[in-house]
Design a protein around this ligand. Structure first.
Ligand SMILES: C[S@@+](CC[C@H](N)C(=O)[O-])C[C@H]1O[C@@H](n2cnc3c(N)ncnc32)[C@H](O)[C@@H]1O
Length: 344
């Protein structure tokens, strides 16, 4: 069994199941359950801006359903690549060239950001770094973004949030007679399948940005926009690693740049996060946003009371949506809630 373009192309890929893009994303499952409710809450809107768009599932579905212009932003470059994936349709030729590239990369391993993870299997790491180097070399920027989103998908699909630091060399498995480690084969197949699947999700009426939330809202025109935030709130429970850090790390791998060290919040204390978030909301409303929505969970900081009390000092706040969730991760039920925030 060797990795050939024919093998990649002949692999059955799952058909486009409905209109939703199926990008891997931690936590997106629960959000998708709320989608019908969320579309009703939004009602008629003129344009939609998602400042921390993550996998871009929500803005994509809103764009498709309401047919309004959408803009997405996220501090993770991986999210930006997914955004480009949604707004950039690839041709069948591009996808076949990508399949060839996934094969060629076996001969072109590189040392890159991924290879620098100490415990990472070197063969696999150098292969992935080689794939990204070849994408940069052979494809123009919009197309490269789409294809990097597919590589990011394969990384997220293969490795857990802790994998980049806890992935041991023995995990590579047995090397096949032709020298292709099975992990490389699996990885290439996953990336190729992602390209086929992502290409069936396309929304032409949108823009993707990649920057810190504050910089983004300072920069873009928000006049009349419905602005959504689903930020990486800190967990209320001490000692839990924020899973979105992995998302940011995947972005760095795709950019071939050192891992970012910026914190998500200036301080992770409940009231301090509520204060910082309030400054973002204030700026959106000053810049003419029609309304701002904020998603949160009762497992996070700020607590519901801290967030609502702080926002109510300056704005009108109402509950837009509240959904009971059963959590396996937290081992107890919690509530997902969305606040609607408007000027007084
Ligand atoms: C809860 S997730 C968003 C999930 C998204 N709604 C979805 O369904 O896929 C939070 C996102 O915030 C992003 N993020 C964290 N800090 C940020 C910042 N300062 N500016 C912009 N994005 C940020 C993370 O990269 C992550 O994708």
């Amino acid at each position: 069994m060797s990795l050939t373009v024919e093998k990649l192309l002949n692999l059955k890929h799952s058909k486009n199941r409905g209109s939703a893009p199926r990008f891997t994303y931690l936590g997106a499952g629960a959000k998708n359950k709320c989608m019908d409710l969320w579309l009703k809450v939004l009602g008629d809107i003129d344009s939609y801006v998602d400042v921390t768009a993550g996998s871009n599932n929500q803005p994509y579905m809103i764009g498709k359903s309401k047919n309004v212009p959408i803009r997405v932003n996220d501090a993770s470059y991986y999210s930006y690549c997914i955004g480009l994936g949604l707004f950039t349709r690839q041709t069948e030729t591009d996808i076949q060239e990508f399949a060839q590239l996934l094969v060629d990369a076996i001969e072109s391993p590189e040392d890159g950001v991924f290879s620098q993870y100490e415990k990472m299997n070197t063969t696999v790491a150098n292969y992935i770094d080689g794939v990204i180097a070849l994408i940069n070399e052979r494809f123009s920027s919009g197309d490269a973004g789409f294809l990097k989103a597919c590589v990011g998908h394969a990384i997220m699909g293969r490795y857990s949030m802790r994998a980049l630091t806890f992935f041991y060399k023995r995990d590579v498995g047995v090397v096949l007679p032709d020298g292709t480690p099975p992990t490389i084969l699996d990885f290439a197949v996953t990336a190729y399948r992602a390209a086929r699947r992502k290409n069936s999700c396309f929304y032409p009426n949108g823009d993707a940005f990649y920057t810190h939330a504050k910089t983004f809202i300072e920069t873009v025109n928000l006049e009349g926009a419905t602005v959504n935030f689903d930020p990486a709130w800190p967990f209320a429970k001490k000692g839990m690693v924020n899973p979105y850090k992995f998302y940011i790390q995947v972005g760095s791998i795709l950019r071939r740049q050192p891992l970012p060290t910026f914190p998500f919040w200036v301080s992770e204390k409940s009231e301090a996060v509520a204060d910082e978030f309030t400054t973002w909301v204030a700026l959106c409303l000053q810049k003419g946003a029609r309304e701002v929505y904020a998603w949160n969970q009762t497992t996070n900081f700020p607590t519901y009371d801290d967030l609502v009390n702080r926002l109510e000092k300056d704005f009108q706040v109402s509950n837009a949506l509240s959904v009971q969730q059963e959590s396996t991760g937290h081992k107890y039920d919690f509530t997902d809630y969305v606040l609607k925030i408007e000027g007084k």
